[in-house]
Every structure is written in C-alpha cells, then in structure tokens.
Design a protein around this ligand. Structure first.
Ligand SMILES: Nc1ncnc2c1ncn2[C@@H]1O[C@H](COP(=O)(O)OP(=O)(O)OP(=O)(O)O)[C@@H](O)[C@H]1O
Ligand SMILES: [Mg+2]
Length: 230
C-alpha cells in the first residue's frame, strides 16, 4: 500500500491538432491524491479537466510524465494492463450516466462485476444493498429507461462503487441535473465514497459543490493550482 492512490508527476498532454501542430492541454501537472480524500477539480470549459480524469483512469496515455495508480505505473503499462488496473481500482461516474436502458437497475449496477468475472450471487447481493442505500431498493428489478436523471445517476453511483474501488473519478456528475437533485447526488457520492473508504476526484462547475470537498484543484493554462481562487 502506498500513501497515495493517485499520483501524477510532470504530466503533459498534447493533443494532435493536425498539420503537425499540437494543443497542449496539460503542461506539467503534479498531483497526489491520498487514500480516502475527496478533491474537487475545477477550471474553465476546455481547460483539460476531462483529459486529466482520462489520464488518471488510464483511458488516455499522457505525452509526458508519469501516472501512478495504486502504486502501479500506468504510463509504463500496456493497454490491457491499464484496463485491468482500472477495473480493479477505479469507479467511474459520468455526466450522462451511461446506463444500459433495457437492463434493470440491478443489472446495470452488476455489470462491472460480470465483466470482472466476480461471483454472480455476491454481485447481485451487493448491487441490491447499494441500491437500497440510495433509496432505490424497491425498484431494483425495473428497467432503467424510465427513471429520472437523478435516479439514473444514483444507479450509476452504485455501479461505480460495486467493486469497492479505492478511487472514484466523477466527471461533472451533477452536470445534467437541477440544483437540488445535483446537491442530493453529490451528498450521496461524498457520503458513500467516504463510507467505503475510497478517494474521490470530481469535476464540477459549481463553487458550492466544489466547497464540499476536502480541497479543490484548479486547472489554469495547463497547470494545476491549489485552491478555488483563479
Ligand atoms: N481525444 C482528443 N483528441 C484531441 N483533442 C482533445 C481530445 N480530448 C480533448 N481534447 C481537447 O483538449 C482540450 C481540453 O478538453 P477537455 O475535454 O479535457 O476539457 P474540459 O476541461 O473537460 O472541458 P468541459 O468543462 O467543457 O468539459 C480541448 O481543447 C479539447 O478539444
Ligand atoms: Mg469535461
């Protein structure tokens, strides 16, 4: 066990802009996220917040620097190894939920367990337990297609937490919800991640929701600055 679940050292990301040009979105980002810590990531649209989350999850490989997840060097890992590490250590929450509309709530939550080949009975029990904790226990067998946005995001939270990830990465998890529903979902995300002992890194455009974290990081011109002030 290392102290930090996630560590970035001098990470740069330059996207190919065609005709030999490049657009540097991350320009020497250093960060260390402690186990169990909750951090909000803020910054203007296009500042590279989603890029940083993709790099942290091993979905994208940075053009420079080093990314360590749970002590493993993602930047020195094959795509297959990165996928395995992501499944083992990371839960992802997206702005638009990414649920499978024809599956039930329970099945949607169980998907990461099926992919990982976990015991089916235990996965189902865990899915039901999580759904009960977000107030959707009595609807576990319904298809998700007709749920409200807030309900869908609660299902997505359960899916992210299913396998007890040490790190939850959430990209604007309240971005498509109204203020009140967004606050409720944020409460659940913070409470449940804490209760499970996981670290949380979440992107938000809301100063109010950013203030709920233990600390805030701001992306400005490719650099990561501490604190919420620009
Ligand atoms: N796969 C990609 N290929 C090329 N360019 C990309 C890619 N992903 C992101 N970019 C570029 O990187 C920059 C940062 O994008 P990113 O999505 O990380 O910003 P963001 O801070 O998440 O913005 P928003 O708040 O609007 O979601 C943008 O200019 C975007 O066009
Ligand atoms: Mg984004």
């Amino acid at each position: 066990m290392t102290d930090h679940i996630l560590q970035l050292d001098a990470v740069t990301m330059t996207w190919d802009a065609g005709e030999g040009g490049g657009r540097t979105v991350l320009d020497g980002v250093d960060l260390a996220l402690a186990r169990g810590e909750a951090v909000a990531l803020v910054g203007r649209s296009g500042s590279g917040k989603s890029t940083l989350l993709h790099v942290a999850a091993g979905i994208a490989v940075p053009t420079g620097g080093r990314v360590r997840l749970a002590g493993h060097d993602l930047t020195a890992s094959s795509e297959e190894a990165r996928t395995r590490l992501r499944r083992e250590h990371v839960g992802l929450v997206f702005q638009f939920f990414h649920l499978l509309p024809h599956l039930t709530l329970r099945e949607n939550v169980a998907v990461p367990g099926w992919i990982a080949g976990d015991d089916r009975t235990r996965t189902r029990r865990r899915a039901d337990e999580l759904l009960a904790r977000v107030g959707l226990g009595d609807r576990a067998g319904d298809a998700v297609g007709k749920l409200s946005g807030g309900e869908m995001q609660r299902v997505a939270l359960c899916r992210a937490l299913l396998r007890g990830p040490a790190l939850v990465l959430a990209d604007e998890p309240t971005g498509s919800l109204d203020d009140r529903t967004g606050r409720e979902v944020m409460d659940l995300l913070l409470e449940m991640t804490r209760a499970e002992g996981g670290a949380l890194l979440y992107v938000t455009h809301s100063p109010e929701l950013a203030a709920r974290a233990d600390r805030t990081w701001r992306l400005v011109d490719g650099r990561l600055l501490p604190g919420a002030a620009a």
